[in-house]
Design a protein around this ligand. Structure first.
Ligand SMILES: Cc1cc2nc3c(=O)[nH]c(=O)nc-3n(C[C@H](O)[C@H](O)[C@H](O)COP(=O)(O)O)c2cc1C
Length: 385
């Protein structure tokens, strides 16, 4: 069985170190020390090195150490994955682009045609992380006031239409959210491979829609037993529909030559977390069940980094250091590899890995952690417990 490894591409800037909370790579923050995109030359003039050039460095690094592709997140404060993907495709050879996309935000017929064109232009390197949004102000920012379960209903119908128009001419559909008459991609585009669908969301509604449409059910890392239960649920539902569900995990790593070095970096990063960052995470208004499961680790209330160690090598304060989900993996190269092995044993068929800074950590994790997978995993896990 082959396991797919993807890297994450940071579409809202990057930190030059896990020790620092500021996005000092990229032009979202005021320019300061460490800033490399844009870079500054003589007289503080921009040197023409744009953030897309930095993303290309990350994509090339990840490609060269063996990652199959990259997840390109989409939030109100990020660059747009649909624009980033074709630009990076011209800079890479086989790297695949996992576009994070909320289906409700685009007409399904038009999106099918755009996707097929992208497939045609890139040699079939497009796939999706189908997301359905977390409600609250971020959802309204997009002009979307649908309630949680209605959003999933819309996602499901959208995927019906998206697949339907790809499959043939004269496709018609009468749903609650979409009505289409006689649609279908032109023959040349229809020949392109239908994109793989990775599907995110932890609610009941999400599991139900995933079991119908997803190639991979994708979850943020959670305590391992909890994650195993969730995988079992979605696999069961898919089996009831006559399918077989693959599962995947999106997880940040702090991997160092020794465990001591890894925890030292976590400690320094944690000690630099500001009250403003804690308050920002406390005040998040969202209807996302997945986000609530991360918040249950209570990262904002911890005063010592040790309070957030939820299991050997699992730390629940990553959102304080770099945004995103709370739980991630911390340890020596061997321990990180062993934890990934354990996740594989518990049903993971794919991963989206990340580390800060994304450029250097793509190299490190690709060179130091991935080659250790599958070796001595069970004995190392015993040693850590
Ligand atoms: C791995 C993963 C990646 C996600 N990426 C994004 C993203 O890029 N943009 C976004 O708006 N939401 C993202 N989300 C959140 C999704 O919109 C998710 O569907 C939403 O939180 C609703 O989840 P629920 O079913 O758990 O309530 C992501 C979720 C997961 C698990």
């Amino acid at each position: 069985m082959s396991i797919d490894f993807y890297w994450r591409l940071p579409t809202h800037g990057c930190h030059s170190s896990i020790h620092r909370g500021s996005y000092d790579r990229g032009d979202w923050s005021p320019p300061g020390p460490h800033n490399i995109a844009p870079g500054f030359g003589r007289d503080q003039e921009e040197d023409g090195f744009a953030y897309i050039d930095h993303l290309a460095e990350i994509a090339k690094a990840a490609e060269s150490v063996g990652f199959l592709g990259g997840l390109i997140p989409s939030f109100p404060n990020t660059d747009d994955p649909w624009v980033i993907s074709p630009l990076l495709a011209r800079e890479t050879k086989s790297f695949r682009f996992m576009i994070a996309f909320q289906p409700g935000f685009g007409n399904p017929v038009h999106t099918a045609r755009a996707t097929a064109s992208l497939q045609r232009a890139t040699g079939g390197r497009t796939l999706f992380n189908i997301i359905t949004g977390g409600g609250g102000p971020a959802q309204l920012w997009w002009g979307d006031s649908f309630a949680h379960d209605d959003r999933y209903g819309r996602t499901s119908e959208w995927l019906d239409v998206f697949r339907g128009v790809w499959s043939g001419e004269g496709f018609s559909y009468r749903g609650r959210f979409y009505q289409v008459d006689g649609a279908g991609l032109p023959a040349l585009l229809r020949e392109e491979e239908f994109p793989e669908l990775w599907f995110s969301g932890s609610s009941e509604a999400a599991l139900q829609v995933a079991s119908k449409h997803a190639d991979y059910y994708l979850s943020w890392l959670e305590p391992f037993d909890q994650l195993t239960d969730k995988f079992a649920k979605v696999k069961e539902r898919t089996a009831a529909l006559g399918g077989e569900q693959k599962c995947a995990v999106r997880v940040d790593l702090v991997a160092r030559p020794t465990e001591e070095e890894a925890w030292r970096d976590i400690r320094i990063g944690f000690e630099n977390v500001t009250d403003a960052t804690r308050n920002q995470w406390r005040g998040q208004a969202t209807d996302s069940v997945g986000a609530a499961r991360q918040a249950a680790l209570r990262p904002t209330e911890a005063r010592r980094y040790e309070d957030l160690i939820v299991a050997p090598n699992l730390w629940g304060g990553f959102n304080l250091l770099r945004g995103g989900p709370a739980l991630g993996i911390v340890g020596s190269y061997e321990q990180c590899a062993a934890r990934l092995d354990e996740l594989i044993q518990r049903g993971a068929d794919g991963f989206i890995l990340a580390g800060t800074p994304h450029l250097e950590e793509a190299w490190r994790i690709g060179e130091e952690v991935l080659p250790l997978l599958g070796r001595n995993a069970s004995s190392l896990l015993q040693a850590a417990e």
